[in-house]
Design a protein around this ligand. Sequence first.
Ligand code: ADP
Ligand code: MG
Length: 325
Amino acid sequence: MLSEFELITRYFAGPAQSAAAGVPGVGSGVVLGPGDDCAVLAPTPGSQLAISVDSSLADVHFPADAPAAAIGHRVLAVALSDLAAMGARARWCVMAITLPEADDAWLAGFAEGFHALCRACEMILVGGDVTRGPLSVSVTVHGEFPAGQALTRGGGKAGDVLAVTGSLGGGRGGLDAWYAGERELDDPLLAAYLLPQPRLAAGEALRGLAHSAIDISDGLLVDLDHLCTASGLGAELEAADLPLSAGLVARLGEAAAREAALCGGDDYELLISLPAAQFETARQRLAAVDVPLTVIGRLRQAPGIAGVDAGLLRNGWRHFPEGAS
Ligand code: ADP
Ligand code: MG
């Protein structure tokens, strides 16, 4: 049985991981990495910090028997998605993990998934905690943006167009596919659920263009409602224009796929509002980082969300599990 110290050094914060992350080094902002009582960080002068924490519990937020590397990826991805929604650049994270046992093969897979996503986003793991108990992982992410340039939920203006990145419904479709016994991670639906790609590059590209932004973690309708409430506005959706996950349409048919896109969670796409005149610029900036952007409606003065079935609105995300799947 590994000691806590050996486990941390081998999988999370040893010389191997530090070298891969380039810590400490010029530009990393890491004055002191893992190993002391705190990490010491040097934010970029003139920037502000965006900080968020996400806890992922086995069999609540991810299937406990999912591949360990996918779990390692996913627990970080859901936290990074919040930085993306603020237009922040990923910088540093700390990770608290609770493990039922120190299983070497599992830990190696988990660490591989976690560190690979760190490298891809230039995120540096600077500390954490290890405890024993039912499997759960809590990741706190720190991002940066130039002072005053955060994208927020509350900046929407009446008349703004609403737009989403990528496609919707795949997260919900992948969750169903996993529990239906599918295990092929090459399947785009399973990948959408287990290996979500946080839209960090898109979030950064939208600074100065989007009036408001939120990431879609609980389902489009629920998260649109958050954005509307924060902006003090209502919305008109064009449900026919939703960019539906192609794999989901093939699996469920169009009507059920649209319902999953509206009410299913776990897509981790960005929902933004921006002036109609800026849409083409935003679309081109996002195309340059390979992210599609689709108009799905408008913000309006009148409260509430128009353009979707009243039953769906009333029942929100709770509707879907009893519905089409
Ligand atoms: P303390 O008891 O002072 O909180 P710990 O023994 O928990 O310190 O951790 C020792 C060092 O290892 C700390 O610098 C901590 O940040 C780091 N560490 C612990 N767990 C992790 C982890 N899961 N990932 C990265 N670093 C970790
Ligand atoms: Mg500790």
